[in-house]
Structures are given as structure tokens and as C-alpha cells.
Design a protein around this ligand. Structure first.
Ligand SMILES: O=C(O)CCC(=O)C(=O)O
Ligand SMILES: [Fe+2]
Length: 253
């Protein structure tokens, strides 16, 4: 994919402050309850809204403290044809991330990620090049997943080839990232397992530049002219999506 196509990607169509939401969430006991978390190799996960299968969702109602947020996202963005019905909460320690992956086919192709806590950088890499470089069909070489958990077992191939078409986004606390269209279908997204994230390809550098020198600004280091974000505390994210096909009964699949 060419740079022009990358520039026209509507992946940052809505980034706005949701400080009120952070207050609701960080005061919510469900987030603190150990029993709600599933520990994965490199992060912890809470699954809300039911079980996602390839053919649809076996639903469970979202709790009111989550629908408050998902309704707000639907209303503000106008991008979801029906209410968001599935939310994953991921928790990352400073050295943790999520492998490059593509979200599964069960989801409506618009993703809203609310970031809380420590900032981090998410990288979008075109996955057509995985096919080119590895001589395999694109879909079989990417970590397409339904629940985020399968991303753990996928092989990370980002080191194999040029990253000139990669695009990175700084995920600031209390921001909402929406990605859709080509960003959903033609790109993998991931967060590096490192407590230092490079800022040189970040498209929304103004987000941290406007805070430079101020109290509470990002912890940025500069080595050989390259600026990097130092991750020092936990990040929590809410990945909000819509599974269009909802099954009331497992046996009707
Ligand atoms: O934590 C994030 O920002 C990304 C999570 C994600 O990509 C996913 O749950 O599919
Ligand atoms: Fe994802």
C-alpha cells in the first residue's frame, strides 16, 4: 500500500477526551476484582458481552457501567449501526504488549479503543507484505482472532521485512481511537512488548508535544535523535466492538 493510501486512512477519525469515563472506570470495583481477569502470557484480559464465535456472539448483557461508555461511543461517533455489544478490557504492565494481529471476522469492522492509565504506541502494519515476503496467503499468516486471546499464539513476523509503510499512533490516556476500513481490513495492529516505545512514526505527535515541559508530561527520552516514550505504569484499554450476528442459543449455530 502506498503512502497516499496510508494518509487517507480514516483511522484517527475520532480521538477525544473522556476524562469522565476514566473516573467511572477507575472507581469501578469490577476492574479491581481478580476473579474477572484472565491471565494471558503477556497481559490480563476481561471479556464482557459474551462469547465470540466465528459465526457470531453468544451474548451476555453488558453491565450498566459499561453500557454508559459504549452508548456514549456510539452516539459520539455515529459509526456503529447498532449498539456495541462486546468489550474486552486489556491490562498491560509497562513491558507488556499485544502481538500484531487483525481482529476477527465476527466483528463489524469498526473498533473503538478507549485508553486509560499509562500511554503506549500502537503500530499499524500493512499485512499484504506478509504474504509477499513469505509466499503464503495473507489470511493464514496473520493473527486473525475473535477474542484477542489467540493473538498470543500467533507468530510475530514484523521483523522480517521493511517497515516503511507502518503507521504508529500514540494512545494517550483518556483518548479514544477509532479504526475502520483499510486500517481494519488491510493492516495488523499491535503494541510492542517493551517499556520503551519509539515516537518517530507517531502520526499524532502533537498530543505529547503540546505537553512538553509541563507537569505530568510524557516521559520521553532521546537517543541518537530518536525520541522514545518510557512506559512506567500500567495501561488499561477497553476494546469496544459490535458483533452483528447474535445467537440466543448455542445449538442454533
Ligand atoms: O489494548 C489495545 O489497545 C489493543 C487491544 C486489541 O487490539 C484487541 O483487543 O484486539
Ligand atoms: Fe485488536
Amino acid at each position: 500500500m502506498h503512502n497516499t493510501s496510508l494518509l487517507s486512512l480514516p483511522i484517527f477519525s475520532s480521538i477525544y477526551d473522556v476524562q469522565e469515563v476514566q473516573l467511572i472506570l477507575l472507581n469501578n470495583p469490577a476492574l479491581a476484582m481478580a476473579g474477572q481477569w484472565k491471565s494471558l502470557k503477556n497481559r490480563r484480559l476481561q471479556n464482557w458481552g459474551g462469547v465470540v464465535h466465528e459465526k457470531g456472539l453468544l451474548p451476555q448483557p453488558l453491565p450498566p457501567w459499561l453500557t454508559k461508555i459504549t452508548q456514549m461511543i456510539c452516539e459520539e461517533t455515529g459509526l456503529f449501526p447498532s449498539p456495541i455489544n462486546h468489550v474486552l478490557i486489556n491490562e498491560y504492565l509497562p513491558h507488556q504488549g499485544i502481538m500484531p494481529h487483525q481482529d476477527g471476522p465476527a466483528y463489524f469492522p469498526v473498533v473503538a479503543i478507549l485508553s486509560l492509565g499509562s500511554p503506549a504506541v500502537m503500530k499499524f502494519s500493512p499485512h499484504s507484505r506478509f504474504g509477499e515476503y513469505n509466499g503464503m496467503a495473507t489470511n493464514s499468516t496473520t493473527a486473525v482472532h475473535d477474542t484477542s486471546e489467540n493473538a498470543e499464539s500467533a507468530e510475530n513476523k514484523t521483523g522480517l521485512c521493511s517497515d516503511e509503510h507502518d503507521v504508529s499512533v500514540l494512545l494517550m490516556p483518556c483518548s479514544l481511537l477509532i479504526f475502520k476500513d483499510e486500517a481494519y481490513s488491510d493492516y495488523l495492529h499491535g503494541i510492542e512488548d517493551s517499556n520503551v516505545h519509539q515516537l518517530d512514526k507517531v502520526v499524532n505527535a502533537f498530543e505529547w508535544q503540546k505537553q512538553e515541559g509541563q507537569e505530568g508530561a510524557l516521559d520521553v527520552a532521546c537517543t541518537d535523535g530518536i525520541k522514545s516514550l518510557k512506559r512506567t505504569s500500567t495501561r488499561v484499554s477497553l476494546t469496544c466492538r459490535l458483533v452483528s450476528k447474535v445467537h440466543k442459543n448455542l445449538f442454533k449455530f
